[in-house]
Design a protein around this ligand. Structure first.
Ligand code: KIV
Ligand code: NA
Length: 269
């Protein structure tokens, strides 16, 4: 496989080929997911919960994100991996100013990220534009944005009813600012599908957002059944029917590609 790039991702999007994404926090899992044919890996700040034992992502530092991005990037390099590598800008590393966002994004890009992701709409639009103009590909993130879970009042579905119109408006503004990917987390399937049809230059990646998005993402540990708490409704445990980790990862990629994951009845709102 040739390494994924923005033009190749845009081509997949235009052709309607589903984009597969998983989180990765270390070199070995990154290399395995790459071997399974994953398109994109996300060094998500969910590593705060998965690796650090935190209750929310709020406590994850930029230095921790750099450490894990470095590890994942080295893992990919070792196997000459082709996955597109996205890293989360953690809470507090981009809210202050566009310049702060650029400095933080630089740290993650220098650690090997190909793209950075940041949460929220509205005020983030100008930050996205600032980064994209300076050569940093950006993935936006709307719906349930875990860094602001305290303000949202909990881990609950977003964009229901009237809130859907605002979410759409924010998504269009982010696309116009140059965001080429958009994670939609825990939003109604119908809203995600409508937005996906509307956004021609920004690929939607759903998590708990139904099957109508341009791609899907899950937390790696969740889809391998490695989860201490209650499994979110939108997760499928791919280890349940697989003889090992690599086959489970391959089954996930296959299920995203052929549209058999997610199932709107079981995994969406
Ligand atoms: O941190 C993370 O894992 C994420 C994905 C769930 C989209 O942001
Ligand atoms: Na995240």
């Amino acid at each position: 496989r040739k390494p994924l790039s923005l033009p190749r991702l845009a081509d997949m999007h235009a052709r309607g080929e589903k984009i597969s994404m998983l989180t990765a926090y270390d070199a070995t899992f990154a290399a395995m997911a790459d071997a399974a044919g994953i398109d994109c890996l996300l060094v998500g700040d969910s590593l705060g919960m998965v690796c650090q034992g935190l209750n929310t992502t709020v406590g994850v530092s930029l230095d921790t994100m750099r450490y894990h991005t470095d590890s994942v990037s080295r893992g990919l390099r070792r196997v000459q991996g082709t996955a597109w590598l996205i890293a989360d800008l953690p809470f507090g590393s981009y809210q202050e100013s566009r310049e702060q966002a650029l400095r933080s994004a630089t740290v993650l890009m220098q650690a090997g990220a190909h793209m950075v992701k940041l949460e929220g709409g509205g005020w983030t639009t100008e930050t996205v534009r600032f980064l994209v103009e300076r050569g940093i590909p950006v993935c936006a993130h709307l719906g349930l944005t875990p860094q602001t879970v305290r303000a949202l009042g909990g881990y609950r579905v977003q964009g229901k009813g009237d809130a859907g119109a605002l979410l759409k408006q924010q998504a269009h503004a982010l696309q116009d600012a140059g965001a080429t990917m958009l994670v939609l987390e825990m939003v109604p399937a119908a809203l995600a599908a409508e937005l996906t049809a509307e956004l021609k230059h920004c690929a939607t990646i759903g998590i708990g957002a139904g099957k109508g998005t341009a791609g899907q993402v899950l937390v790696l540990h969740d889809m391998l059944g490695i989860n201490l708490g209650k499994m979110p409704k939108f997760v499928r445990n791919f280890m349940a029917d697989a003889p090992g980790v690599l086959p489970a990862l391959k089954a996930y990629v296959q299920a995203v590609k052929d549209g058999s994951f997610p199932d709107d009845q079981l995994h969406a709102w």
